[in-house]
Write a new protein. Structure first.
Length: 739
């Protein structure tokens, strides 16, 4: 190619500064190179004045998702049996007319409560987040049944609301450089990306001299990079170890009693439990060793080290909290943080390896002001109480959606579901007990699915709607824990095929249903209003056009943000937003719930499908289902660049494999009473004996015998939740046999 032609070709390439909006813990600035409406190259952050926000494998492969040959490009209707995946192309008019007819039929025959909107997880942004637009549409239609409970973090959210009165408990990540000791308890930010800049600062803290300890059944990727010590622990037993560490601190008078007396309430109740005054059973390291598998000497040493090293950051995460001990794990971590006086201190923290900062938030789209769901009129506040039983009077817990569809009111649920709309999710893969999900989806009278691909959930749809990807929209996003910055999604390419955004779909349906002024503004007008209507954003972003062009606005902090610093430095004028105004180690609100498995102080107790369960005789292995580094839940499952970097295998300790005559790379059955899957093994000492691991998010691919061939771990997990709403995925027993 001659020089002139090369120059002309370069001129044809546009570079769009944007970000992602996937349901992962990062929000990575990207530069998409586009030519002829095709993304030809992806670059990460090129900031020179601020810390690097480096994109991970998933964002690097985003063009292989956007331009995937299996993208859904046209509306379709089902022509085969439900779940068979046979569809034919139809027009948008036919698709939308069919939806209107079915909505009216179900409303007239059964009432609005029989319409379920199942949304969440897939796309996290401010304007185009599908649940927002469709929920307004269905509310104008007379209402719908909704669901409740964050599958990743409901237990921690409840625990932080209980103890602190708010979930805004994170420090900014650069504060890790102030820590002398960092305890990662069930936390693997290298994979889950709990903040785009988290690993950068964790490595810097390590290089600056911080000692790092990982407590986890797996020697995970983060531990391999930064940990000085790995402490393997039996799943679901973390609270026993926490109680034993507290026992050591109290026995040796290592706790910060002045801090506890001044800033907390209820420590004496916890002391009575830990020392055995309450039940005659002291929670000693020897007691804990028999439960959690960590030897007593190690527990004693770690308790002394954590209590005596100032400052120290204990960073818990959501893996151990996605279990039948969910909220107890988080409240136990909070109590240890309080006992060591690390709350509100630079370099300390309150657990919160995952949760959010109090800045970087955005205004909710003004699309939905004052729009209430008539089906929920007069119901209890969903976030105004700790008693989940009140919330579930009007909503279904997310992990129980399929059970609710099957059981309905006869099963104690608030509605008999006849029609469902699944949007921004692949819930058949992501909820517990996949085979129950198959039964539920087959039993629906009508199912609408909005999707990018023919996912396992989408295969059961009656009407399939193709939606735009993150590269085909404009929007606003925010980081999770990684801030402080704001990000903008800038459309890089025009929508492929006939794809439409969820907001466009809702607007077209509103027109067909005769709703006036459903969407009175253009996309760009909405986005500008969202910035201008947010006091925080409008104070920060004084040049809207520049923000959109750059795709990011950094918030300059004079020093690292420390959660609850004001409450600790000036408690009289800055009480904690709890009933007592203090950190509540003992919660009277929880005591008033009078729920056996949700005590007012954090406690360890036996739960279903732990090693004390008699079921262990039949299914002797505990299975973990952490996040994969090559997927965002089930997104990117079909991107070949990513599947080439890491095969979907079951982690298994060689000792467990030898007992079963299994070698590395063998195909095995993993099974329990809920289902069976086939997967290849990876034998490794990086997981403790008695525990196996399959990363969540792989697609369900059943054979003729309903044995999953895709490695979908939720074929095995339960669809339960705790009294505080924590999904119980990591409380699952299985057996493994050579296939």
């Amino acid at each position: 190619m001659r020089g002139k032609e090369v120059a002309q070709s370069a001129q044809d390439v546009k570079i769009i500064k944007t970000t992602s909006a996937f349901n992962c813990g990062g929000r990575c600035p990207l530069r998409l190179h586009v030519k002829d409406n095709v993304i030809i190259r992806v670059e990460g952050d090129d900031a020179k004045e601020s810390e690097p926000l480096r994109a991970c494998l998933r964002c690097r492969a985003i063009r292989k998702q956007v331009h995937n040959p299996k993208r859904l490009l046209y509306p379709q209707k089902r022509v085969g049996a439900k779940g068979e995946g046979r569809f034919e192309r139809i027009s948008w008019d036919e698709a939308l007319d069919t939806i209107v007819i079915e909505l009216n039929r179900v409303k007239e025959s059964y009432g609005n409560e029989s319409i379920l909107l199942a949304a969440g997880g897939g796309y996290l942004a401010s304007l185009h987040m599908g649940a927002r637009a469709i929920s307004k549409l269905l509310s104008m239609f007379g209402g719908f049944t909704n669901h409740y409970g964050n599958l990743s973090s409901e237990g921690p959210l409840w625990a932080y609301q209980t103890s602190f009165g708010t979930p805004l408990t994170s420090h900014s990540r650069e504060d890790l450089l102030n820590s002398k000791l960092i305890i990662m308890w069930g936390w693997d930010p290298a994979r889950i990306i709990t903040g785009t800049n988290t690993m950068y600062h964790l490595i810097r803290a390590k290089e600056a001299g911080a000692r790092v300890i990982s407590i986890d059944p797996r020697y995970h990727d983060t531990a391999a990079v930064v940990a000085d010590e790995w402490v393997p622990i039996i799943p679901n037993t973390d609270v026993a170890m926490m109680a034993a560490m507290a026992n050591v601190m109290i026995n040796e008078q290592l706790q910060d009693q002045e801090f506890l007396d001044k800033y907390t309430i209820g420590f004496e109740k916890f002391r009575e439990y830990v020392m055995g005054t309450e039940d005659g059973l002291p929670k000693t390291p020897t007691w804990a060793e028999a439960i959690c598998g960590v030897d007593a000497d190690t527990i004693v040493r770690l308790a002394r080290e954590y209590a005596s090293t100032k400052p120290a950051a204990l960073l818990d995460s959501h893996g151990p909290a996605r279990s039948a001990m969910g909220e107890q794990f988080t409240r136990g971590a909070i109590t240890l943080c309080a006992m060591t006086g690390n709350i509100g201190r630079p370099g300390g923290g309150v657990g919160a390896g995952f949760l959010v900062l109090p800045f970087g938030n955005m205004a909710i789209a003004p699309l939905i002001p004052g729009m209430k769901n008539p089906v929920e009129e007069g119901g209890p506040s969903l976030r105004g109480n700790l008693d989940l039983r009140l919330s579930l009077k009007r909503r279904i817990h997310t992990n129980k959606i399929f059970d609710a569809i099957i059981q309905g009111k006869n099963g104690g649920y608030p509605a008999d579901i006849k029609l469902a709309w699944f949007i921004t999710n692949n819930f058949l893969v992501q909820l517990g007990n996949v085979n129950k999900g198959v039964q539920a989806l087959k039993g629906l009278e009508f199912l609408i699915v909005s999707e990018l691909f023919l996912t396992p959930t989408a295969r059961f749809a009656d009407i399939l709607l193709p939606v735009t990807s993150v590269a085909e929209r404009n929007d606003l996003t925010r980081p999770w824990t990684s801030g402080p910055y704001y990000t903008a999604v800038n459309r890089a390419i025009e929508p492929l095929g006939e794809c439409k955004s969820d907001l466009e779909i809702a607007t077209l349906l509103a027109e067909k249903m005769g709703f006036k002024d459903f969407n009175p503004y253009k996309e760009e007008e909405w986005l500008r209003m969202m910035v201008e209507n947010s006091p925080e954003m409008s104070n920060q972003i004084t040049h809207y056009e520049r923000f959109r062009k750059e795709g990011i606005h950094h918030i300059n902090l004079s020093e690292p943000y420390v959660a609850f610093r004001e409450q600790i430095e000036d408690p009289e004028n800055n009480p904690f937003p709890t009933p007592s105004g203090k950190i509540e180690i003992y919660s009277q609100r929880v005591a008033d719930m009078d729920t056996e498995l949700c005590p007012p102080i954090p406690k360890y107790f036996n739960t279903k499908e732990d090693r004390s369960d008699p079921l262990v005789e039949k299914y002797p292995l505990q299975i973990l289902s952490p996040h994969s580094k090559i997927r965002v839940h089930s997104d990117f499952y079909n991107v070949d660049w990513l599947t080439e970097t890491e095969q979907n295998r079951v982690w298994m300790n060689p000792r467990d494999a030898k007992l079963r005559g299994i070698e590395d790379g063998d195909e095995v059955y993993v099974f329990n009473d809920r289902g069976k899957l086939v997967i290849k093994t990876w034998l490794t000492e990086r997981i403790m004996p008695g525990v196996i691991c399959i990363f969540e998010g792989a697609w369900f691919e059943p054979d003729e015998d309903q044995v999953d061939r895709g490695g979908c771990v939720n074929v095995l997990t339960d669809d339960g939740h705790t009294s505080a709403g924590a999904a119980t995925y990591n409380s699952t027993l299985v057996q493994v046999a050579k296939a």
